[in-house]
Design a binder for this molecule. Structure first.
Ligand code: NAP
Length: 495
């Protein structure tokens, strides 16, 4: 069987989502580990006044591509930026670009999606379902297409307890939903969204489930594979450990914990934390496309790219590692010392939110106001809760899913050359980040000092109101005084 780099040799790859978290890593890895790939067409839209070419230049000038720049300085010539707005009819491709793509594409990686959990249903369907449909229509016209690789999510069927490597029936027929959305106004769509998504937590996951069905049904004549990552985190090893460029998902929470802003979360210590490093997802996708390209399996291949069943890691362990790592290696300008507590008790959670999140933020904001600076801590806490904690809350608290990867996943791993594409999740654990230690000690001292002042204040109030407290206080003070006098006397006797 040809090796992975041999398979990609001379191939033209089409990639969507290359400006996103996963797409960037895939682009870098493909060009670095398969240097004889012929070209990579990246479908990128214009954004913020930048042309697709300018956006690609920005992507490849980031730190992620440092290693590739060193190893293969001419890689830039292989990337062809193509202007494409995926939500437009026919993906807004020009006739010339369409012709080139149809004539020469061999492998498609479809990574683009809206990953916003609170996206309105119409927009989520437009990008995650209709754009996928359009890409499949284009793929069907391609003369030399070998593989269509679709990136989904392990939570597409999170309403099920056990998730196998198969495409399950969709919650609704995507065609019927698309037709209905055409005549419904936005108000009506918003009203029926909770009913439609049912036992799925958000429109993102709902539309990703529909997209899988579209890929299976409409791509039936293509050689299709689906990779389903769980929660994608920073890189494990490649191109270097700990790379991440956004605070979406758990990374945002880890940083908030490291900064001492996030001190409590509603979660069960025993729930599975199904985190998977981005380089493992990318390796799995490249390997899965190679496997389908070489073996031409008769059925659609689905890969659950998860860690829960091979290397179970629980939120309690995540809490321990995140807290201890940031205590040893604190982040600059941390607000408080990192110390996160998970609790599955509703009342306790709200108590800690009030005591550990809101009260310190309000106190510090008051201090900032009094010293003429603009307060932002309460705002940060509120934003953190509305943007991260509440959206991720479905995945954190008490739920765990079992996703199997019996044949497909393990089958691919068996064939891999481990030094080229490492997909083995049994070995993976959270990476550590290095920061300055002295700052953490300073924060710890501030905390101790603050707690001491608080205890003294409470005690003073107590003493003012109770005779018994006064008696105990005088007793303790006189004891301390006697102790000190004894020490002074014994040290003078020695001289
Ligand atoms: N991140 C995770 O934890 C995770 C977990 C499981 C599965 N996944 C899947 O992995 C894939 C990639 O996710 P990600 O985390 O890399 O997301 P991301 O960082 O938000 O990237 C999304 C990509 O899609 C592109 N895109 C969005 N709307 C577009 C449009 N209208 N036209 C053209 N391109 C458009 C974005 O381009 P712009 O830069 O132009 O916006 C960007 O390149 C998705 O399919 C997602 O479902 C991700």
């Amino acid at each position: 069987m040809v090796s992975i780099p041999e398979y990609y040799e001379g191939k033209n790859v089409l990639l969507t989502g290359a400006t996103g978290f996963l797409g960037k890593v895939l682009l870098e890895k493909l060009l670095r580990s398969c240097p004889k790939v012929n070209s990579v067409y990246v479908l990128v839209r214009q954004k913020a006044g930048q042309t697709p070419q300018e956006r690609v230049e920005e992507v490849i000038s980031c730190k992620l591509f440092d290693r590739l720049r060193d190893e293969n300085p001419d890689f830039r010539e292989k990337i062809i930026a193509i202007n494409s707005e995926l939500t437009q009819p026919e993906l807004a491709l020009s006739e010339e670009d369409k012709e080139v793509i149809i004539d020469s594409t061999n492998i498609i990686f479809h990574c683009a999606a809206t990953v916003r959990f609170n996206e309105n249903l119409r927009d989520a369907v437009q990008l995650n379902v209709i754009a996928t449909q359009q890409l499949i229509l284009l793929a069907q016209q391609m003369k030399n297409l070998e593989v269509f690789m679709h990136v989904s999510t392990a939570y597409a069927y999170c309403n099920r307890k056990h998730i196998d490597e198969v495409v399950y029936p969709p919650p609704v027929d995507p065609k019927k939903l698309i037709d209905s959305l055409e005549w419904m106004d936005d108000g009506l769509v918003n009203d029926i969204t909770p009913k439609l998504i049912g036992d799925r937590p958000n429109t993102y996951i709902y539309t990703k489930a529909l997209a899988e069905y579209v890929v299976q049904q409409e791509g039936a004549k293509l050689n299709v594979a689906i990779v389903r990552p769980s929660i994608v985190g920073a890189s494990w090893k490649e191109p270097f450990p700990g790379w991440i460029d956004n605070f979406n998902g758990p990374s945002g929470l880890f940083i908030a914990a490291g900064k001492g802003i996030l001190r409590t979360m509603r979660a069960s210590n025993n729930a599975l934390a199904d985190l998977v490093p981005v380089d493992v997802v990318v390796n799995m996708s490249l390997a899965a496309a190679w496997y389908s390209g070489v073996n031409r399996p008769r059925n659609i291949m689905v890969y659950n790219c998860t860690t829960g069943s091979t290397n179970p890691f629980h939120w309690g362990e995540v809490e321990y590692h995140v807290t201890s790592t940031f205590k040893r290696n604190p982040l600059e300008q941390a607000f408080r010392r990192p110390n996160v507590n998970l609790t599955s008790n509703h009342l306790l959670y709200h108590y800690w939110i009030a005591v550990s999140h809101k009260a310190p933020a309000l106190l510090y904001d008051t201090y900032l106001r009094m010293t003429g600076r603009s307060p932002s801590n309460h705002w940060s806490i509120t934003t953190l809760h509305s943007s991260r904690v509440s959206f991720l809350s479905y995945f954190l608290p008490t739920k765990s899913w079992e996703s199997s990867h019996p044949d497909n996943h393990n089958g691919v791993i068996t064939y891999l050359e481990p030094d080229i594409l490492e997909c083995e999740m049994k070995k993976w654990r959270l990476n550590e980040v290095l920061f300055e230690r002295s700052y953490c000690i300073k924060l710890r001292n501030i905390r101790y000092g603050f707690n001491t002042i608080l205890v003294i204040l409470i005690w003073r109030i107590f003493i003012a109101r109770s005779q018994m407290a006064r008696n105990i206080w005088y007793f303790v003070v006189s004891l301390c005084y006697k102790f000190l006098s004894y020490f002074r006397a014994s040290s003078t006797m020695r001289y």
